[in-house]
Design a protein. Structure first.
Length: 111
């Protein structure tokens, strides 16, 4: 997924991106005017509420976070011991143990 870098626009009621969109009918002048007025390439405009600006601007990151969560969960399932019988408590303990290990490595990498 391409990093879209969505953010609230400079006029306070829009969301913009640094990534130039594919709009065949736009001229370079149109793109430059849009960038100057909104502070980037328009994703959404006429947004009535600042909180909605932030929510829309955060959408690509939220999507990527969910994709990463699914990948992490798939990795956790692969690390689980193979057996036909699982106790729900055992599964939770395995997941917590693996998650703590992942968190430990993330914390060490960001120190």
């Amino acid at each position: 997924m391409e990093n879209q870098n969505w953010k609230p626009g400079k006029n306070g009621s829009s969301v913009v991106s640094d990534v130039k969109p594919n709009r065949p009918t736009y001229s370079e002048h149109d793109f430059e005017s849009e960038k100057e007025y909104y502070g980037g390439y328009i994703i959404a405009e006429s947004i009535p509420d600042k909180q909605m600006d932030d929510l829309i601007a955060g959408a690509p990151k939220m999507l990527q976070d969910r994709i990463n969560d699914r990948k992490a969960f798939a990795e956790i399932l692969e690390l689980m011991p193979e057996t036909d019988e699982y106790d729900p408590g055992d599964i939770l303990m395995q997941i917590e143990s693996i998650a703590r290990g992942r968190l430990f490595h993330v914390n060490k990498a960001t120190e």
